[in-house]
Design a protein around this ligand. Sequence first.
Ligand code: SF4
Length: 197
Amino acid sequence: MLPLMEDFYTIQGEGYNSGKAAYFIRLGGCDVGCHWCDVKESWDAELHPLTLTHQIVANALQYPSKNVVVTGGEPLIYNLDYLTIQLHQQQIKTFIETSGAYPLSGQWDWICLSPKKFKAPLPEVCAAAHELKVIVFNKSDFVWAEEHAKLVSPQCKLYLQPEWSKHQEMIPLMVDYVMNNPQWEMSLQTHKYMNIP
Ligand code: SF4
């Protein structure tokens, strides 16, 4: 059983899989403590009902897309082996959004590592990440992004994404940065522009 905060079918708005329809599983529980977190309601796991993994998988199967995004909160607080094995048995692709602050568990087709300053990512998650997505809140985050790019594999895709409340201020700086450092790509929270979850 896992504390399920919410689950919904939508379009992944950000990062490498942006634009793909996906069923989202948001697990409750996070102690990373980002001050700009836009899902603070997720932090206390006890507020979210423990839900049978079989029920979560059954919910996912109701939708035509075979992509599932597991997010939070910080989903790696929990061991996700059983959930992802069950999803794979149903030919569903498994994507995760994680800060990397907890040990890696689960079978993943795509690992999006979005490290946070408040709790450093573990080396094992950095090594396994397919995508590094750094949230840009202020200018100093470019240096921080480069420090984390050194921790991931050479194949890992690199994204810079503006923190939503600062996006108008940060996007011009990010455009310049990506044009001068094209190993990075822009990621925008397109679901917010589309007004979908
Ligand atoms: S890691 Fe994610 S859920 Fe946790 S506080 Fe930071 S932004 Fe919020």
